[in-house]
Design a protein around this ligand. Structure first.
Ligand code: ADP
Length: 322
């Protein structure tokens, strides 16, 4: 019966996602910071920090086109470049946002697939595309009727979508009574972790190696003390202080903004409905799964939750077609 209810809840949410558009997710009024592609990377950091944001669409003013999305991954790439070519630090200081693609090439990472969606397409489509490309945020790009030019309306994130689901689907989410343990929701083996004395660089290398956006910081007894997130690199390299990346995670975490939402934990016996309750109420970007002694058990990312909501119980070939 629990299984049936769970499926009924998930189907309800999926139907909801099919009749809403990405546009519906946006607040009535919002501010969008778009950065010119010719801006110095060094300066872009200050702008993000001053505006309290962690990403921004890029604009190529030479041909009036959307030039991609700047995210913490780009800064991590710059850091990797700095590590591989330490003699070029002066060069790094002169890089513009338009050089990001050259940096990717120089360090040998594959450029992220640039996906965008039209704001009036079903939200379900944006979600599917996010899961397929592993993009955590997707720009909403529309074409201006009069000029025929592309314009970036906004950016939607996994976080915003899950929040939107949580706020508008209480009658469906209360049906999700299966526990994290029963669903096998999240990752429980080969966890990448670090301790307070690890250097910021070590943690960045871990994130790159495992292709993840957060590393739990634990003590000797496996107790969770904090989480270092990809977005935490932004204040670390503010002002071009790349040499400070050798300092400890503990020090770096003390630089977090005052409004840092904190880290969220849950227990393997918590049910998915409770997780949606947390998403509804708080700024959650992932849940750290701990046992009763606060020892690390696993990690549930927003993509794990989104994947469950969209794909659990779907037929294999259905998934491939999406
Ligand atoms: P998101 O895609 O929501 O930004 P991540 O990139 O951090 O989240 O997570 C991608 C996948 O890796 C998820 O399945 C998640 O459970 C797993 N994961 C996240 N952090 C870690 C970690 N520190 N160690 C091992 N696996 C992780």
């Amino acid at each position: 019966a629990l299984d049936k209810e769970q499926m009924q809840g998930l189907r309800g949410i999926r139907e909801f996602l099919k009749v809403r558009t990405s546009y519906d997710v946006l607040p009535l009024s919002f501010r969008l910071v778009v950065l010119d592609n010719e801006l110095l990377i060094r300066k872009s950091l200050n702008i993000l920090i001053q505006n309290g944001i962690v990403s921004a669409p890029l604009w190529d003013s030479s041909n009036s086109t959307f030039a991609g999305l700047l995210t913490s991954t780009d800064y991590i790439n710059v850091i990797q470049y700095y590590c591989q070519f330490p003699d070029e630090i002066d060069q790094v200081d002169k890089f513009r946002l338009s050089s990001l693609r050259d940096i990717e090439r120089a360090i040998g990472v594959l450029p992220l697939e640039t996906v965008s969606v039209h704001p009036m397409r079903p939200l379900y489509e944006a979600c599917r595309r996010m899961l397929k490309t592993r993009a955590r945020r997707i720009p909403l790009v529309d074409v201006d009727d009069e000029t025929g030019r592309e314009m970036v309306v906004s950016v939607i994130t996994q976080y915003r979508i899950l929040k939107f689901i949580a706020v508008n689907n209480e009658k469906h989410t209360i049906l999700l009574k299966k526990s994290v343990r029963e669903l096998g929701l999240g990752t429980y083996s080969n966890l990448a972790t670090a301790d307070m004395n690890s250097s910021v660089l070590d943690v960045i290398h871990l994130m790159v190696k495992h292709n993840i956006s957060a590393v739990p910081i634990i003590d000797k007894g496996n107790k969770v003390l904090n989480v270092f997130e990809a977005v935490d690199v932004i204040p670390c390299i503010k002002g071009g202080a790349y040499d400070e990346l050798a300092s400890s995670v503990g020090e770096a975490l003390s630089k977090r903004a005052d409004d840092f939402p904190g880290i969220y934990t849950c227990n393997e016996d918590d049910r998915l409905d409770a997780i949606f309750e947390t998403i509804r109420k708080s700024r959650v970007h992932r849940l750290i799964v701990v046992d009763d002694n606060n020892q690390l058990r696993g990690i549930i990312s927003l993509s794990d939750i989104l994947k469950h909501v969209l794909l659990f119980g779907e037929e294999e070939d259905n998934i491939r077609a999406g």
